[in-house]
Design a protein around this ligand. Structure first.
Ligand SMILES: Cc1ncc(COP(=O)(O)O)c(C=O)c1O
Length: 409
């Protein structure tokens, strides 16, 4: 069988819509087009029933409370994870400002968490940004030590988008419970990849996005705990009081139907996909190490998303590498968040020098990745990397691997 090129290994950036999801969404653009808030007629009620079903599908994946009659009320629809993070962070900060004005987060969060925190800091909130270790992890002890009497929110991501490092969420959740602080997690990259349980993990607020989960772009959700404790939030915008007043605006019914089914499929396929993808990822990492070494693994190999490998190729010019790999779609350690060539803030926070950060490549595998694709990518790297290393010059001092980082070769 011939391989379809280019090969997509950038599933953390976005995923294709699963054909089953696409099919399920389709009637909601045309035949079932009603406004889910129009309860006075059948068009609206049919749309509302689909939204209700989707709420339970999303809740099912998180072990949030489901409700056959009303749909899981702890699920608030948003336009994606950026909005969900903003709503969680700014919403809690504002609603709890009488209690205190202190928030805790950590350095390798996505900008969709760091920037709302920065905005609040400009407005007078005190924000503690915890450092991470070389693997990109914070410890529950760091969080415990940072909590003060005026702390209103801890926001720590479930798993990192660039290196795949998974944080000790359950331990952090337990500490937040013990100390009476609301716990938010940005689970955009972990959802559907790892089993997540908002009850066992002690999570009060959780952000997710459909387009990282084989659903459509422009739709996501925020899980908002309703009891033990009941989380209070000030909405970002005012209007028709949809979503229990947390998020006004006419619902994106086709998108919500897509997100619901995407969650249900992920729940069914999680166990097998986790094994399949980690086997493919391990094959990619070890083959590259053997055939292309030296290779530096960035992230935490014991606590890592199953489908992610972030690898640095010391002695290379990262830009030339990406330019040469025209039939492999991956992300680089620079330019991850913008068109700029600044090194990734995640890799810098983990203590990588500019050299390793600039030669880092993120491989993120997904539902449609095959063994043949992985072997092709390895072959391609094996052909290209030694040539580029020679061209770049063995005497490139700035590109030496650092001795304090784990080098696999
Ligand atoms: C960890 C994380 N949080 C938030 C986002 C933003 O998600 P959205 O595109 O749905 O706004 C992303 C997207 O890259 C992400 O990886």
């Amino acid at each position: 069988m011939t391989l379809a090129l280019p090969i997509y290994l950038d599933y953390n950036a976005t995923t294709p819509v699963d054909p089953r999801v696409f099919e399920a969404m389709s009637p909601y653009f045309t035949r079932v087009f009603g406004n889910a808030a129009s309860r006075t007629h059948a068009f609206g009620r049919e749309a509302e029933a689909a939204v209700l079903h989707a709420r339970n599908q999303v809740a099912g994946l998180l072990n949030a409370e489901q409700d056959e009659r009303h749909g899981a009320r702890e699920i608030i629809w948003t336009s994606g994870a950026t909005e969900a993070n903003n709503l969680a962070i700014k919403g809690v900060a504002d609603a709890c400002r009488e209690k205190g004005r202190h928030l805790i987060t950590q350095t390798t969060e996505h900008k969709a968490v760091l920037d709302p925190c920065k905005r609040l800091a400009e407005q007078g909130w005190d924000v503690t940004v915890l450092p991470v270790d070389r693997a990109g992890r914070v410890s529950a002890r760091q969080v415990a030590d940072a909590i003060r009497a005026d702390t209103v929110l801890v926001s720590i991501m479930y798993a990192n988008n660039e290196v795949g490092t998974v944080q000790p969420i359950r331990e952090i959740g337990a500490i937040c419970k013990e100390r009476g602080v609301i716990f938010h997690t940005d689970a955009t990259q972990a959802i559907g990849k790892l089993p997540i349980d908002v009850q066992a993990d002690g999570i009060d607020l959780l952000s997710l996005s459909a387009h990282k989960l084989y659903g459509p772009k422009g739709v996501g959700a925020l899980y908002v705990r309703k009891k033990n404790p009941r989380v209070r939030l000030t909405p970002l915008f005012d209007g028709g009081a949809h979503e229990r007043g947390f998020r006004s605006g006419t619902l994106n019914v086709p998108g919500i139907v897509g997100l619901g089914l995407a969650c249900e499929l992920a729940a069914h396929e999680l166990v097998n996909e986790r094994l399949r993808l980690s086997a493919l990822r391990d094959r990619l990492q070890s083959s590259l190490t053997h055939r292309v070494g030296p290779v530096v693994v960035n992230g935490d190999e014991r606590n890592r998303l199953p489908h992610v490998a972030n690898l640095s190729f010391p002695g290379l010019d990262g830009t030339s590498l990406l330019n040469t790999l025209d039939d492999v779609a991956v992300s680089s350690g620079s330019a991850c968040t913008s068109a700029s060539l600044a090194a990734s803030h995640v890799l810098m926070a983990m203590g990588l020098g500019d050299d390793l950060a600039h030669t880092a490549i993120r491989f993120s595998l997904g539902r449609f990745t095959t063994l043949e694709e992985i072997d092709y990518v390895v072959q391609k790297f094996a052909a290209v990397v030694p040539r580029l290393r020679n061209e770049h010059g063995a005497d490139c001092g700035t590109c030496e691997p650092r001795s304090d980082l784990r080098t696999v070769s």
